[in-house]
Design a protein around this ligand. Structure first.
Ligand code: ZN
Ligand code: ZN
Length: 238
């Protein structure tokens, strides 16, 4: 089934013991998407038409610009996207703005710029990555429901980032019956609380490494404690 294409990647990401298996897949898929956007999609008329219309958000412009290669592709894509922006600006330039004041004394620019706002608020890459997130979340819930070995693995895992925890809880009622949903959410919260406690302990261990006395007493490896907590707090969803 199409919605379960992430079954194997989820198992692999879970085995890697990262702070969030969904973020791990997201990162990999995002890299593939950047490569595709700066490569093959350049030659696909449908993709070009879409990127011409929507352009890219600030986050993805940064990702594309700093990818290391594909600068020519990026410049070509943006030049044709600019044609669309210029069309909008040309249309708006023909309308003379009349700043007006409403009954509540709130000033309005007197020109409808919704076409511009709409164009600047969309991103062809965000749209594709949203689908990745939803597919991962749905697949994970499906695996939890249908595969008892995966359930055990998930319960012993490091949990999820804050964003994907919220997505899993919000999607659960659409994929599980009432009883399954109740059990799933309570297990999820338990896993998350256990891991939040571990994160806190690791952070304290990391802090101790800055104190000579405590560093002698506590020689554990806390090198990834801070970056793991940041990953969990950030999440990879836009
Ligand atoms: Zn995540
Ligand atoms: Zn974006």
């Amino acid at each position: 089934m199409k919605e379960h294409i992430y079954t194997i990647p989820i198992r692999e990401a879970m085995a890697e013991n990262s702070p969030c298996p969904i973020c791990k897949i997201y990162e990999k898929e995002e890299r593939n998407l950047i490569e595709y956007t700066l490569g093959p999609s350049m030659m696909e008329p449908d993709s070009r038409e879409e990127s011409n219309k929507t352009g890219f958000c600030s986050y993805h412009l940064d990702k594309l610009l700093n990818f290391g290669s594909g600068k020519l592709s990026m410049a070509l894509m943006l030049s044709t996207h600019f044609d669309e922006v210029l069309k909008d600006l040309g249309t708006l330039a023909k309308k003379t703005p009349h700043p007006v004041t409403g009954v509540l004394k709130k000033k309005s620019p007197g020109i409808d710029i919704s076409s511009l706002e709409k164009r600047f608020s969309r991103c062809v890459m965000c749209k594709k990555m949203e689908k990745v997130s939803v597919n991962c979340v749905d697949t994970l819930i499906y695996m939890w429901k249908d595969q008892s070995d995966f359930r055990k693995e998930a319960e012993a895992s490091r949990g999820f980032c804050n964003k994907h925890l919220v997505s899993l809880i919000n999607h659960a009622p659409h994929k599980l019956n009432e009883e399954e949903c109740r059990i799933f959410i309570s297990k999820l919260l338990k896993i998350q609380a256990e891991n939040a406690n571990k994160d806190k302990e690791n952070l304290l261990g990391f802090i101790d490494q800055f104190d000579y006395q405590k560093r002698q007493e506590n020689s554990g490896d806390y090198s990834s404690a801070l970056s793991d907590v940041v990953t969990r707090l950030q999440g990879k969803e836009i």
